[in-house]
Ligand binder design. Structure first.
Ligand code: PMP
Length: 287
């Protein structure tokens, strides 16, 4: 079946979907995006993704290109036209097309693009083989809380991970603390058995999966502490794990070749993965 993309008000064949060369997303990475998982036809944490999208836009002094109801309808129509019941929806909004010049152009329509594709989601908490991770320096800008399409440092980090046979790169700041992964949030279980993930501020993206997993953990009596942790602490931790919209929850089995725990996803990682999969099966949104 041929894929369909939504581009500025029209549903067009994916292969023919184009944006102008003077779109500011292309010229300046002047735009934001979202990726949401679709599970049995339902957009997981739709409200959370919409809230983050609006916040990212606001930080770039932009607004939504349309009201919430038509926006939700375009999301559903894009999924429908692509016959995606399990998969992802990708949404990108840029400042639009204008003669190349740094200041914001006036009276320019924002460009809205959506695509969807099918993904076979995991269904079993125990089918996680565990992820290899490598550490790289975090060389990004200081507004990592904005889900900007400017992803070059993330792309370079992910490629370094792939070149070294790893699934993810953990980004490490100047003081030796892990900020997050190149496209995932970073977690450990510390020596006291507490689940640790870095607190929300400008240094990391506030992952939607992160906030759902924190809520699920706490609802189920597990203690979560939001604080920085160093790479050294992670290397000695009983467990390490990662979360994202497309990775869900995955255990980490080694970092830079150092085995974590017994070299398989640990019990807390598996528990959180199970809770998250149950959440996807049942709820669509906890917002
Ligand atoms: N950090 C970064 C840098 C990311 O790109 C992502 C994926 N968007 C995440 C964390 C995880 O966020 P989410 O759970 O919303 O997918």
């Amino acid at each position: 079946m041929s894929r369909i993309a939504y581009v500025n008000g029209q549903y067009v064949p994916h292969a023919e979907a184009h944006i102008h060369i003077e779109d500011r997303g292309y010229q300046f990475a002047d735009g934001v995006y979202e990726v949401a998982a679709v599970w049995r036809g339902r957009i997981i944490d739709e409200d959370g993704h919409l809230t983050r999208l609006k916040r990212s836009l606001d930080e770039l002094h932009m607004t939504m290109p349309m009201a919430d109801r038509p926006f939700a309808m375009v999301c559903r129509e894009t999924l429908r036209q692509n016959r995606v019941r399990d998969g992802i929806i990708y949404i990108q909004i840029s400042r639009g097309v204008s003669r190349r010049d740094h200041p914001f152009p006036e009276n320019v329509e924002r460009a809205l693009v959506m695509t969807a594709r099918a993904v076979d989601w995991p269904t079993d908490a125990d089918d996680d083989s565990g992820a290899h991770v490598v550490s790289v320096a975090d060389i990004r800008w200081l507004r990592r809380d904005v889900k900007s399409i400017s992803l070059l440092p993330n792309v370079l980090a992910k490629q370094e991970a792939r070149d070294k046979g790893a699934y993810e790169a953990w980004l490490v700041d100047e003081d030796g603390f892990v900020t997050e992964g190149s496209s995932t949030n970073a977690w450990i279980v510390d020596g006291d058995g507490k689940i640790v993930t870095r607190q929300l501020d400008n240094n990391i993206l506030g992952g939607i999966t992160r906030s759902t997993v924190i809520a699920l953990a706490r609802e189920n009596g597990l203690e979560v502490v939001e604080r920085p942790f160093s790479l050294a602490e992670a290397l000695g931790a009983p467990e390490a794990l990662l979360t994202s919209t497309t990775s869900f929850v995955r255990g980490i089995i080694d970092i830079d070749g150092n085995q974590i725990g017994d070299g398989t996803p640990g019990p807390v990682s598996r528990r959180l993965r199970g809770l998250y999969l149950d959440y996807c099966r049942g709820a669509g949104s906890n917002q």
